[in-house]
Design a protein around this ligand. Structure first.
Ligand SMILES: [Fe+2]
Length: 324
């Protein structure tokens, strides 16, 4: 029987409120991950999108897809409870440290389950380090005992971990990460998830890992070719003027810093803070190259738009990672 109009209006209103709450929680916790320098750059968001596509292809229902979105973006939120000395240790972890690090799925579950509507996503996060063969943690679940959302996130998380750089090692090239993923299919990972993930993600990886945004512009790649060792910055999260008189600005990059080695973009690296005087960075002799195109960028606040070419600069004053 169809619902009376007032009732269906209220249901719709409640659904909208829940959806707004979900977005706000994802946003707020993502900020927290940024503050702890736990976001791993361009991959995280893109991998979450790929994870959702895997979920759709595997026929997950709407509710499961909503949990997947939360779990894909916030699966490592529990790392906020792991001491920085362990998270950022420049070397391998000893067994006690490893045990503490392995607590992060439980910490994440403990936090998210407190939020009404996030109970399922919390459980999915709890099990994102289980292995298909039962050798994972914390509950040693096996095969189909592991929630499907957790099986998808396990693939995303492992792939992200392989391609991201850590204080003690460089991230793997994505082709090697793909090879390792395929190799661990059936032991660590659900083969159906790996197959599905690689069926479309592999085609798109070259673009994601080569660069994003302006680097798709061939004139940026021409500028990159001339750099022996340097950084390509394709996205600033925010920029704030510190001193309007000297035009000193401060800011933070977001998901758009890439290492250039011998004229090639080799890998993405972490978000970086900077404080820089524009007149100094753009002084005579400091601009070593200008891109041939000036693509229009939406400024992100209302309808404003600006057009600027890529610049190859002699220097830019980075002051540290996103957390310091
Ligand atoms: Fe994790």
């Amino acid at each position: 029987m169809p619902r009376p109009p007032l009732e269906s209006f209220r249901v719709k209103q409640a659904e909208e409120q829940l959806s707004t709450l979900r977005s706000s929680v994802i946003c707020a916790f993502n900020q927290l991950l940024d503050l702890k320098d736990l976001n791993t750059g361009v991959h995280s968001t893109r991998l979450a999108e790929w994870g959702l596509r895997v979920g759709q292809e595997l026929g997950l229902d709407e509710a499961a897809l909503r949990n997947l979105e939360v779990a894909a973006l916030l699966h490592d939120i529990g790392k906020v409870g792991v001491p920085d000395a362990i998270l950022k240790k420049p070397g391998h972890l000893d067994s006690d440290e490893c045990a503490l690090m392995k607590k992060h799925p439980e910490y994440g579950w403990a936090v998210l389950r407190m939020l009404p509507g996030f109970e399922h996503a919390a459980l999915d996060i709890l099990h994102h380090h289980e292995r298909f063969d039962g050798a994972g943690y914390p509950a040693h679940l096996k095969g189909a005992e592991i929630p499907i959302v957790s099986r998808i996130v396990a693939v995303i998380d492992a792939f992200d971990a392989m391609v991201s750089s850590r204080p003690y090692r460089k991230g793997l090239p994505y082709k090697e990460a793909v090879r390792r993923l395929a190799q661990a299919s059936g032991t660590q990972f659900d083969p159906a998830v790996v197959r599905c993930f690689l069926s479309f993600a592999q085609d798109e990886m070259a673009t994601v890992f080569a660069a994003a945004g302006p680097a798709a512009d061939s004139s940026v790649l021409d500028l990159v070719t001339g750099v022996r060792y340097g950084l390509l910055v394709t996205d600033h999260w925010y920029t704030r003027v510190l001193d309007p008189r000297t035009l000193v600005v401060t800011g933070l990059t977001r998901n758009g810093v890439w290492l250039i080695e011998d004229g090639e973009i080799t890998r993405p690296i972490r978000n970086l803070r900077f404080t820089q005087s524009y007149p100094q960075a753009l002084a005579p002799g400091a601009v070593l190259g200008v891109g041939a195109h000036a693509p229009a960028e939406v400024a992100g606040w209302g309808l404003a738009c600006y057009a600027a070419p890529a610049l190859r600069l002699a220097g830019w004053n980075f002051t540290g990672g996103a957390s310091g």
